[in-house]
Design a protein. Structure first.
Length: 508
């Protein structure tokens, strides 16, 4: 049965509400902040900073930003661990039973982000609903609810010992699947039992077997990880494209990493399907934006789903954060959030480029720590993603995963960048691919171009071909799951720590 006509009015109503944001974004964001402050006023954090007094201030944002400091995860690590141990009313009211484990900071291998009931209902599930709403609004012929949705999720495997029985720690996707409403669970595959398995040797074939038997109309996940599942499904069916397996597949809701290096491969694998691709920005800390127009690859910032946003201008190291009415198109900002999971003025470590305002639309620029500036070249993650996508298109190659790092100058050589690439389809000539990539990076980044001019300061980049599965093995060896979690391969690193670990593993 096709349920799409029955639910279409609800989703169209959700998509249409965004029209009101054009003239009311600032007021709407302040209402989100006031609601957060009043809800958390009696928590330890709320009493410490005087949330109830801030909520009543005439200049709400000024009062909030002056009384509450910017923080990173290490500033709240002890508080979160107390919450996991059972302490109530610390960062958010009540006891939190669910935590998303994601990649760590200098203070530890992993971070544990509270996933409160409020963050699920106000933010994560609403964000997912918004993604579907905008897709339906732009595709009147969609039959998305005539079949199943396939979500690639993680598990509750974690590194903590002596957890209370009522506490669940694992990938965000595991919590989202476990807590999903029965109605939504009816239109997804595989079963929870399979989706939440922690052993991927058991999980992957079970997941693929369940998927090939279903009429899948939509898939959701991280592009690099989903490729592994798709390849296995095609192998099981002896098929060349997904049109032979899921003829009604019509949309891939993707996020987590840039889609640019994978777009051509997905277009090839879904040839014959009525296919669309929709980007989302969904992190352990919250669901923040969604591509609301298929003709525009920027994403609409979701400003009424429980999160208050601040922005730090990366072009001005001394700049103070600004609220949504202070951003300017074309600028790149570090994102700061206050959210119903108890993160207050929390620096995500993510950077976004504001593409337009009224309403604010963004693209992901990368991570604050995902860049190479070892020689003054200031190469950013979005430069790398775009360059490798362009060269793959021109050469017919396809990249499964990659990471790049500087090779520092020694007595006989200048410095250079070293790219470690795991190929889905290798180019005919890797040296020519490297040369084309080097030229494309120069075209996209003037600082890199200046340092490469005449090879005076920086030698041409080099490429090391990774053995099949290298990046999955590295993620597993570093305490991260191979698939389905929130942990990602660092695209660019300003030191050799990741590159050297990858190369050592590549030689085994």
């Amino acid at each position: 049965m096709n349920f799409t006509p029955l639910v279409r009015p609800h989703f169209l109503k959700r998509a249409a509400r965004c029209e009101a944001w054009r003239d009311a974004s600032a007021d709407l964001q302040l209402s989100q902040l006031r609601r957060l402050l009043l809800t958390a006023a009696r928590t330890e954090t709320g009493r410490r900073h005087g949330f109830s007094l801030i909520a009543g201030a005439s200049d709400l944002y000024r009062e909030y930003s002056s009384r509450v400091p910017l923080i990173g995860y290490e500033d709240i690590r002890r508080d979160v661990m107390r919450m996991i141990a059972g302490h109530p009313d610390v960062l958010w009211p009540g006891r939190c039973r669910w935590y998303a484990q994601s990649s760590g900071t200098s203070g530890g291998k992993s971070k544990y982000i509270p996933v409160t009931d409020a963050s699920l209902s106000l933010n994560h599930y609403r964000g997912a609903e918004d993604a579907v709403a905008h897709y339906i609004a732009h595709n009147p012929e969609t039959r998305i609810f005539a079949g199943k949705g396939m979500v690639l999720g993680g598990s509750f495997a974690n590194e903590l010992k002596y957890l209370p029985e009522w506490v669940h720690v694992g990938d965000l996707s595991a919590t989202l699947i476990q807590r999903i409403t029965p109605l939504a669970d009816m239109v997804r595959v595989p079963s929870k039992k399979i989706a939440l398995l922690s052993d991927w040797k058991e999980k992957l074939p079970a997941l693929a077997k369940a998927a090939v038997q279903a009429d899948v109309t939509n898939i959701s996940g991280v592009p690099s990880w989903f490729l592994t599942v798709i390849k296995l499904i095609l192998k099981i069916k002896g098929a060349e494209t997904l049109a032979e397996v899921w003829p009604n597949l019509e949309v891939f809701f993707h996020g987590g990493i840039s889609f640019a290096p994978y777009r051509e491969e997905y277009e090839r694998l879904t040839a014959g399907c009525p296919m669309h691709f929709v980007e989302t920005y969904n992190a352990s800390e919250g669901f923040f934006s969604v591509q609301n127009d298929p003709a525009d690859r920027s994403m609409l910032l979701l400003i009424d789903t429980g999160v208050f946003f601040e922005f730090i201008d990366l072009a001005d190291p001394s700049a103070l954060p600004v609220a949504i009415d202070g951003v300017m198109p074309g600028r790149t900002y570090e994102l700061v959030i206050s959210a119903p999971n108890g993160l207050w003025r929390y620096r995500l470590g993510d950077t976004v480029k504001v593409e337009s305002v009224n309403p604010v639309k963004i693209t992901i620029a990368g991570r604050t720590k995902s860049f190479i500036n070892a020689f003054g070249e200031e190469l950013m993650e979005y430069n790398a993603d775009q360059a490798i996508a362009d060269v793959c298109r021109d050469t017919g190659a396809a990249v499964r995963n990659y990471s790049a790092a500087p090779v520092f100058a020694d007595s006989g050589h200048r410095g250079r960048h070293e790219w470690i690439i795991e190929w889905e389809t290798p180019p005919a000539n890797i040296e020519e691919f490297a040369s084309m990539l080097d030229r494309r990076l120069q075209a996209l980044n003037s600082d890199y171009q200046a340092k490469r001019a005449g090879s005076i300061f920086l030698d041409p980049l080099t490429i090391v071909t990774a053995r099949r599965g290298l990046f999955d093995r590295w993620l597993a060896s570093s305490g991260s799951h191979k698939l389905g979690g929130q942990r990602k391969v660092p695209r660019l690193c300003n030191d050799r720590s990741v590159a050297d670990a990858l190369l050592a593993l590549n030689e085994r």
